[in-house]
Design a protein around this ligand. Structure first.
Ligand code: UDX
Ligand code: UDX
Length: 481
């Protein structure tokens, strides 16, 4: 099928290269000419596994680039809208880019066209897109508007697209459902996975063929907002439980493991930390809350999810103070700038927000991140120093803070780290280590929702630390290590 994708940001670019890999003819449209020129040269603007290979494989072949929305839309059977929907001051989703695309497409309809919402949008957006297109001259029977929300996560975007739990196709006519079925047939039939060039199935990905869930357009729009809100709620729940654990001396990792082993709950997205960030959860929660308000519903549960998330950063700051007393003039080594491991994205990153708060308290910050330092340098004050590796960052620092869950930062040479630091103090906002291991290496180790660990000789003088004899650390189920 010939498909135009408008907006080649995270969602648009990944969707475009993946649909090309499924065999479709794809044109990626964007009004950012510099971004398009870079893509045409084969440069990948985001840090995503498999994206460089897929771009190289299809660039100039099944994947083309254009700034000409009208021409691109005219030549295609389906137009996917993947432009930004940033939050307004009030927290609503700003849909002005979506509207301008709808207006532009309505003028270039020479044959039937399916317009597909790919960006995350509030329920009712498909209705508005239809109204705008009719208002701008499109004939009622010459197009349909459908919703096909994306659930990809940054860092695993390509495999999340190709190995999804489900594909949601929200459309209100048989004609549009048929087209969405055709577009995803290579996945739903399993045909794509038997092809030699198919992107390999990642560990932990669903083994079943992805079901195509046909719903109304409104239901599909709500599935996206509600899914993100539920996932964020799960994280805030885990963080709130971690706070209770801290007060009673229990172990949040054990507690969340125990909760998650109930198949009705599930273990994923129950990792306590310094709160969720990123370009999606924070803005989608605000947008969903606004949608609820417009429906006359005071969805206070969402307020609480947001409040716990913000409180989690304050709790972490208090923990740093309880480890170091005053922060003015203290040199702090920070591992992690991205909003999560595996990406260079710092949008709404809890790490960046915490660094800004620490700088305000007069601390010196020296940071390291495997991928996000270039973007962080643009966002953070010049006072922040950057180190080539975690050990250089730790050299002479009063303490080490772990703010992003990078796998490589969970396998550090602890003896070397202890040597580099001025004081063996680690405040871990992502629970990357076990307290006993850190204590063995002489660290006083603060984490989220778990007792502070310290070498035996220090236990008792450190608030929240528990003597070894009384400690029982998180392990897997009986017989599982
Ligand atoms: C997008 C949506 O913003 C978000 O709601 C959804 O959750 C995920 O998809 P993302 O892909 O990260 O997020 O957006 P962004 O990186 O901002 O990319 C949007 C692209 O659209 C940019 O490349 C921008 O240049 C382009 N754009 C924007 C257009 O081509 N035309 C416009 O009118 C506006
Ligand atoms: C999210 C959704 O997962 C995805 O389906 C949607 O399409 C876009 O938004 P993403 O923003 O890439 O994806 O990140 P995700 O992996 O969901 O993590 C979001 C935030 O929650 C990160 O800051 C992460 O560190 C945090 N998180 C995640 C936790 O604190 N604990 C967890 O258990 C899981």
């Amino acid at each position: 099928m010939r498909i135009a994708i408008v907006g080649s940001g995270y969602v648009g670019l990944v969707t475009g290269v993946c649909l090309a890999d499924l065999g479709h003819e794809v044109v990626l449209v964007d009004n950012d000419t510099a971004k398009l020129a870079a893509l045409q040269r084969g440069e990948v603007p985001i840090h995503e596994k498999f994206l460089p290979e897929l771009l190289a494989r299809h660039r100039g072949g099944r994947l083309r680039f254009s700034v000409d929305l009208a021409a691109s839309a005219r030549d295609c059977e389906a137009v996917f809208i993947a432009v930004g929907t940033p939050p307004t001051e009030q927290g609503d989703a700003d849909l002005s880019y979506v509207e301008s695309v709808a207006r532009d497409v309505s003028g270039s309809i020479s044959s039937y066209k399916l317009v597909v919402e790919k960006s995350t949008v509030p329920v009712y957006t498909s209705g508005w897109i239809r109204r705008i297109m009719l208002r701008n001259g499109a004939k009622a029977d010459s197009f349909d508007v459908a919703s096909n929300p994306e659930f990809l996560r940054e860092g695993t975007a390509v495999t999340d697209f190709l190995y999804p739990d489900r594909i949601v196709a929200g459309s209100d006519t048989e004609r549009s459902s048929k087209i969405l079925r055709q577009i995803y047939e290579p996945l739903t039939s399993g045909r794509y996975y038997s092809e030699a060039h198919a992107v390999p199935r990642p560990e932990g990905a669903p083994t079943h063929l992805p079901p195509l869930m046909l719903t109304s357009a409104k239901s599909a729009e709500l599935i996206k907002h509600a899914s993100n809100a539920f996932l964020a709620m799960k994280i805030s729940f885990a963080n709130a439980v971690a706070s209770v654990c801290e007060s009673v001396g229990a172990d949040a990792k054990q507690v969340c493991q125990g909760i998650g082993m109930d198949a009705r709950i599930g273990s994923r997205f129950l990792n306590p930390g310094i709160g969720y960030g990123g370009s999606c959860f924070p803005k989608d929660l605000l947008a969903f809350r606004s949608v609820a308000r417009e429906c006359g519903l005071d969805f206070r549960l969402l307020d609480e999810v947001i409040r716990i998330n913000e409180e989690q950063r304050q709790r972490f700051l208090r923990k740093v103070r309880s480890a170091l007393w005053t922060l003015r003039g203290k040199r702090l080594a920070v591992l992690g700038l991205a909003f999560k491991g595996g990406t260079d994205d710092i949008r709404e990153s809890p790490a960046i927000l915490l660094i800004q708060a620490l700088l305000q308290e007069g601390s010196q910050v020296v940071a390291h991140d495997p991928a996000a330092m270039p973007r962080a340098k643009e966002a953070l004050p010049a006072a922040v120093e950057y180190a080539a590796n975690p050990y250089d960052a730790a050299r002479g620092a009063d303490a080490l803070l772990i703010l992003t869950e990078w796998e490589e930062d969970a396998q550090l040479d602890l003896a070397r780290l202890a040597q580099e630091l001025k004081y063996p103090i680690v405040v871990d906002g992502r629970n990357l280590y076990e307290g006993s291991l850190m204590a063995q290496h002489g660290f006083t180790y603060y984490s989220v929702g778990r007792p502070t660990a310290a070498p035996e000789e220090h236990v008792g003088s450190i608030p929240g630390s528990i003597p070894k004899a009384d400690r029982k650390e998180a392990v897997g189920a009986e017989g599982e290590r």
